[in-house]
Design a protein around this ligand. Structure first.
Ligand SMILES: Cc1ncc(C[n+]2csc(CCOP(=O)(O)OP(=O)(O)O)c2C)c(N)n1
Length: 355
């Protein structure tokens, strides 16, 4: 299987393969890549400073998130993972919503009840992230089945990691999607690790994309650090799904530059030389060189954009930090329509004891 690649690490590219994107689109993509990187930097710092409890960084995987989501229509459905915040930003989720969730504050519309980094946004058809690995795949298939049944020309895109491909849900979802020829794209962000387990011990298959063949549909491998290749693969397969051509599995070959989460130390299971090698394949660096070659970005514009994105992230984080935690009494809400007597008693006791 040949891996689709358009943009090389040095910013050189094959003009014959360039996707049909306007200059505005290309610059917008770049802005979002930068935004995700700045957001990740801030998120990690906030957790290390003890301001938020938990964070999951997706540095290195920005091109997968932005490239794939860029090919969607606004009424399509997305089932992302905790490493796909860029999908939220690109689809117009306000950044404050994301930070409120990280701070689990009173304005968090999940009322601080979800694990940090597990957001969702109904208004933009982004389904809340589930922690049990791969469960979103079967949910996404359900959505794809429903839209096909209703004859809507809507596509479902679901993201997952290489580790998710060892779960039963992966088989269930791909099998069902193949049998019913559903309008769905499965996007595996193969970042080489599932926490400490390297992908070579995750599967004996030569690659992940080829697993699609046994379910009766196409699998395709792309350089996940090449946003043009990711976009092209996503656009072609999303269009195919929309026009009744059925599902596709895309494997984006990428790398998780940081730890699995803020509760992980990757130096325990991988060499720094490997990290250094992947640094040279940075998805943002090569896209920047490409934009500069095309005359769409100057050093000065780049610096300005980086500063703007950093300011937006920092200011939004500060705003969310000012919001108080949810009232203690909210622990008792939403469970019953009418609160039963024993919960009322517990609530009264709690209020008497104070906070
Ligand atoms: C069913 C299940 N098993 C184990 C875990 C613990 N866990 C959380 S993340 C993770 C690794 C997932 O790896 P991968 O699917 O490759 O995604 P990545 O984190 O690399 O993006 C594991 C094992 C879980 N959340 N759910």
């Amino acid at each position: 299987m040949e891996m689709l690649s358009i943009l090389r690490a040095d910013g050189e590219y094959d003009p014959k393969l360039e996707p049909d994107l306007s200059d505005e689109d290309l610059v917008k993509m770049y802005r979002h890549l930068i935004l995700v990187r700045k957001f990740n930097e801030r998120g990690m710092a906030l957790q290390r400073q003890g301001r938020i409890g938990f964070f999951i960084d997706s540095t290195g995987q920005e091109a997968c998130q932005i490239g794939a989501a860029y090919a969607l229509n606004s009424n399509d459905w997305v089932y992302p993972t905790y490493r796909d915040v860029g999908v939220c930003f690109l689809r117009g989720v306000p950044m404050k919503v994301i930070f409120d969730q990280l701070y689990a504050n009173a304005q968090d519309y999940m009322k601080g009840r979800q694990l940090g980094v597990h957001w969702g946004y109904k208004e933009k058809n982004i389904v809340t992230i589930g922690s049990p690995i791969a469960t979103q795949l079967v949910h996404a298939v359900g959505t794809a089945y429903a839209v096909k049944y209703k004859n809507h020309r809507v596509v479902t895109l679901t993201f997952f990691g290489d580790g998710a491909t060892s779960q039963g849900e992966f088989h269930t979802a791909l099998n069902f999607a193949g049998v019913f020829k559903l309008p769905i794209v499965f996007f595996c962000e193969n970042n080489q690790y599932a926490i400490s387990l390297p992908v070579r011990r995750q599967t004996a298959s030569e690659n992940i994309a080829m697993k699609a063949w046994s379910y009766g549909f196409e699998g395709t491998q792309v350089d996940g650090n090449d946003i043009l290749a990711v976009y092209k693969a996503a656009k072609d397969t999303i269009d195919k799904a929309r026009s009744g051509g059925g599902p596709t599995l895309i494997e984006g070959v990428t790398y998780r530059m940081g730890g699995h989460s803020t509760a992980d130390d990757p130096s325990k299971y991988r060499n720094q030389s490997e990290v250094e090698m992947w640094k040279k394949r940075d998805p943002i660096l090569r896209f920047r060189l490409y934009l500069m070659k095309k005359g769409l970005l100057s050093e000065q514009e780049d610096r300005k954009m980086q500063q703007e994105m950093e300011n937006e992230v920092n200011e939004t984080a500060k705003e969310a930090e000012k919001v108080a935690p949810p009232a203690l009494s909210t622990m008792f809400s939403d469970v019953y329509e009418e609160m039963p007597w024993h919960l009322k008693e517990e609530l009264d006791d709690l209020m008497k004891e104070g906070t």
